[in-house]
Write a protein that binds this ligand. Structure first.
Ligand SMILES: Cc1cc2nc3c(=O)[nH]c(=O)nc-3n(C[C@H](O)[C@H](O)[C@H](O)COP(=O)(O)OP(=O)(O)OC[C@H]3O[C@@H](n4cnc5c(N)ncnc54)[C@H](O)[C@@H]3O)c2cc1C
Length: 414
């Protein structure tokens, strides 16, 4: 049975072009990624073959403007395509997010932000270099920003330092949980420019593409986690790594501006988990209908208890689909306070619901459904990882929603 898209194009008002792109991602993932997913998970190895297929299909360049050789997809189209991929391989969808963000942030998102003419012209020239590498050469970009301190959530400046030198910068520091480590061609590193005053300031954040092969780049540490094993999120160390000025993916200060004015830039991890929520539901329906290959034969749908459980799952899925779609559709520069809070709510709900549906799927389908020969137990483990992901972890979303609902901008109790 061919799966219907998570969002029916007619019902959700998608154009024919958007629908075709999303359908092609779904087809690729169903045909090629699904059969490979168990192996990447078992080996905790990176889905290299999937990335070759993504390049061949033009999907590494999904958000690169057509004028630069990409598919020119907007934020929402990308998010819908990512959710479809995650239905079949969560680790591929999640790492694809890190890669695509490099192009989304440098591309359509940067177009919305304030830059003087000279800075914009320079950005235009530099991003063409990154876009060509990806669209033509199939280069893969990672996005390591976590450091094990409060920088990834925007509370302090990044500890990874970029010291200006003739022709570029010297980078030193360490990033943890760097998905695609050892497998990307470039690491899009968020770091703080060292200024003559010497104080690290968030507004001096630089976003630099460090070649994986540059002297001083080292991948270290083990990677044997509960879920999302194919992301290979090991530690990255930078020991006095030189990069030239053209390594800048965004001009100085533009990431800082984006983080406050374009908050939905951090909602792009959620599509993966929306796809996993759908996958848990799809599995349950097929399993109870006796349609999952490799599952014990026979239908299990006759019991009213099973039917009630499926109804509960469908209601949870419809709720999160509606909220997520609304939030993703509102992604823009300078959203209203209400839209901003809805984005946090969508992130929280998607991450938590994905794992909740996987939990209910196992309970409803029963013991045989959690064998490693079937995808459900992988969906269960992968879906557990969503709430941990900075900068919008579950706790941070709750904290910001609660505060934002009770206090207006700048309001205090004094
Ligand atoms: C599969 C996977 C892939 C990842 N890939 C990447 C990647 O490609 N790039 C990347 O940069 N990072 C990546 N990460 C890292 C991720 O975004 C987090 O940075 C990481 O999980 C933090 O782990 P920690 O042990 O330091 O937890 P902490 O950050 O210490 O979190 C522990 C708890 O404290 C809460 N917390 C943390 N800070 C605050 C705060 N300021 N206010 C309130 N509560 C707070 C958290 O919500 C959480 O409950 C990945 C993580 C996973 C699991």
């Amino acid at each position: 049975m061919d799966a219907a898209p998570i969002y029916d194009p007619a019902t959700y008002g998608l154009t024919a072009q958007q629908a075709a792109l999303i359908a092609s991602a779904q087809q690729l993932a169903a045909d090629k990624f699904a059969p490979r997913a168990a192996r990447y998970d078992r080996e905790a190895s990176f889905p290299t073959e999937n990335y070759r297929d993504l390049h061949a299909a033009g999907l590494l360049a999904i958000c690169i403007p057509q004028s630069h050789g990409g598919l020119g997809a907007d934020y929402r189209t990308y998010a819908l395509a990512a959710a479809e991929i995650a239905r079949h391989c969560g680790a591929t969808a999640l790492t694809w997010n890190m890669h695509v963000c490099s192009t989304l942030w440098a591309g359509p998102l940067a177009d919305d932000l304030q830059m003087d003419d000279a800075t914009r012209a320079e950005h235009e020239r530099r991003r063409a270099i990154h876009f060509r590498r990806i669209a033509v050469d199939g280069a893969i970009y990672a996005q390591p920003f976590s450091e094990g301190n409060a920088s990834a959530v925007g509370a302090i400046a990044f500890g990874t330092a970029a010291r200006p030198v003739d022709g570029g910068w010297i980078i030193s520091g360490k990033k943890i949980f760097a998905s695609l480590s050892g497998n990307a061609d470039y690491y899009g590193v968020l770091c703080t420019e060292v200024t003559p005053e010497g104080t690290a300031q968030r507004r001096n954040t630089l976003y630099l593409a460090v070649p994986a092969a540059a002297p001083g780049v080292r991948v270290s540490g083990e990677w044997d986690p509960l879920g999302m094993r194919g992301t290979v999120s090991r530690t990255l160390e930078f020991a006095d790594v030189f990069v030239e000025h053209d390594a800048a993916i965004m001009p100085r200060g533009v990431y800082f501006q984006a983080a406050s004015r374009w908050p939905h830039m951090f909602l792009t991890l959620a599509p993966t988990y929306l796809g996993l929520a759908q996958a848990a539901f799809d599995f349950t329906v097929r399993y109870l209908r006796g349609e999952v290959p490799g599952a014990p034969p026979g239908k299990r749908r006759g019991s009213a208890v099973k039917q009630l459980a499926v109804a509960d799952m469908q209601i949870k899925l419809e709720q999160v689909k509606a909220l997520w779609f609304q939030a993703v559709s509102e992604a823009r520069v300078d959203p209203t306070p209400e839209q901003r809070l809805r984005a946090y709510a969508a992130q929280f709900a998607t991450m938590e619901t994905a794992n909740d549906l996987a939990r209910l799927a196992i309970r409803t389908c029963g013991g045989h459904s959690m064998f490693r020969s079937l995808p459900l137990e992988r969906i269960y483990r992968d879906s557990r990882c969503g709430s941990l992901m900075a900068p919008w972890t579950a706790e941070i979303c709750l904290e910001r929603i609660g505060r934002g609902a009770l206090y207006q901008e700048g309001e205090t109790d004094d």
